[in-house]
Design a protein around this ligand. Structure first.
Ligand code: GTP
Ligand code: MG
Length: 370
């Protein structure tokens, strides 16, 4: 059942909130303007004030993209989205750096990844791979879960000297839950005490049977330090991606997933999004969670300005009205009016949910009546 705050109902009827509170009081209900009332009570009030009832439901206002299916002909192949997961310090970011030829690790506070970073790799063969780096620290379970959810393929990084550890097992579980294929990268194979065979054996306990053990999960021995096995890892990712026939329609208004979002001191609210389908363009008007906005600028993973971003491309978006939540969907809409309508509706729903259970004290009751 949909609920609405007294104030919001008053706004919609162009009446004073206090008048509604009074009317409700006369009906035997003690509520403040900020509290929600159920649909039946709202309808009673509307009639009481001599207005007409017009029921509006989510399907009338909100965006429903599930019915908006792309035709087979419109689909074009897109790069795979790969998440690097594994236990803390097993070398996820180092591996990403080695693959990209960058040095992200050095820029991290204490060498610990604290967020999901989204990057692009261009392979020697000219193929693109989108890579999400996730934190291995125990505190970041939520982020790893999110990472697994927007991902086509998971690279499970296991340090050959350290072996299977708690966050290794957790990453395995997220991957299984998300139903995503896995490639095991046994890292730090340059180390003297590296024991990749033991890693393979211990993986059996978690029902991961790698190719080396005659299973069907691809595995590869790598070293982010020496570069050993990196080309082979890329080949395995591309092979897996090819099997999956990943496609999306690039020629439509964009839909993207928020990977992370924050309030930047200089830039205002910024969100790193991953485009799922369509092409996101500068100037596009959008709704994202309960926020709306217009793409003022976009930056790629190297901080360069870009004018548009197609499927599987991660970009930082500027021009949001507020900070959305990670996991929110960004949807491009046709007009500012539409964007405002949808975000206002969603904000109302969110507020109603939050205040539905909030009890009113007598103090606030009477100040509302005054
Ligand atoms: P979190 O983001 O904190 O979970 O760690 P991470 O998995 O990203 O590990 P990171 O890349 O920060 O590497 C941790 C440490 O292992 C660093 O000191 C790296 O230099 C070292 N390291 C990473 N890969 C290798 C490798 O292949 N060989 C050796 N010898 N050291 C490595
Ligand atoms: Mg890291």
């Amino acid at each position: 059942p949909e609920a609405i705050t007294v104030q919001e109902l008053a706004n919609r009827m162009a009446e004073k909130g206090a008048d509604l509170v009074k009317a409700l009081f006369n009906m035997g209900m003690m509520v403040t303007v900020n509290q929600t009332i159920d649909q039946d009570t709202a309808e009673l009030l509307v009639t009481e004030f001599g207005h007409n009832i017009e029921r509006v439901s989510a399907s009338d206002i909100d965006i429903d993209t599930s019915t908006d299916v792309d035709t087979e002909e419109s689909l074009k192949s897109r790069p795979p989205v790969v998440a690097i997961m594994g236990h803390v310090d097993h070398g996820k970011t180092s591996l990403l750096d080695a693959l990209r030829g960058t040095d992200v690790v050095r820029g991290e506070a204490g060498g610990i990844t604290q967020h999901i970073g989204a990057y692009q790799i261009k392979t020697k063969s000219g193929d693109q791979i989108t890579v999400l780096d996730t934190p291995g620290h125990a505190a970041f379970t939520q982020m790893r879960m999110r990472g697994a959810n927007v991902t086509d393929i998971v690279i499970l990084v296991v340090a050959a000297d350290d072996g299977i550890m708690p966050q290794t097992i957790e990453a395995i579980n997220h991957t299984k839950a998300a139903g995503v294929p896995m490639i095991v990268a046994i890292n730090k194979c340059d180390k003297e005490d590296a024991n990749p065979q033991k890693v393979r054996e211990r993986l059996l306990e978690h029902e991961i049977i790698v190719e080396e053990m005659s299973g069907d999960v691809q595995d590869v021995e790598v070293s982010a330090k020496t570069g050993k096995g990196l080309d082979e890892l890329i080949d395995k990712i591309l092979l897996q991606a090819e099997l999956m026939e990943l496609k999306a329609n690039p020629d439509r208004p964009a839909e993207a997933t928020v990977i992370e979002a924050k309030l930047d001191k200089g830039k205002g609210p910024v969100a790193t999004v991953l485009v799922n389908r369509g092409t996101l363009k500068r100037g596009d008007i959008f709704v994202v969670g309960t926020e709306s906005g217009r793409v003022r600028a976009m930056n790629d993973d190297k901080g360069r300005q870009v004018k548009e971003a197609g499927p599987s491309t991660p970009v930082e978006v500027l021009g949001l009205g507020g900070v959305p939540m990670a996991g929110d969907t960004l949807t491009v809409v046709e007009s500012e009016q539409r964007a405002r309508e949808v975000s206002a509706w969603r904000q109302e729903q969110a507020t109603a949910k939050r205040t539905a259970m909030a009890p009113a004290s007598l103090d606030t009751m009477f100040s509302a009546l005054a």
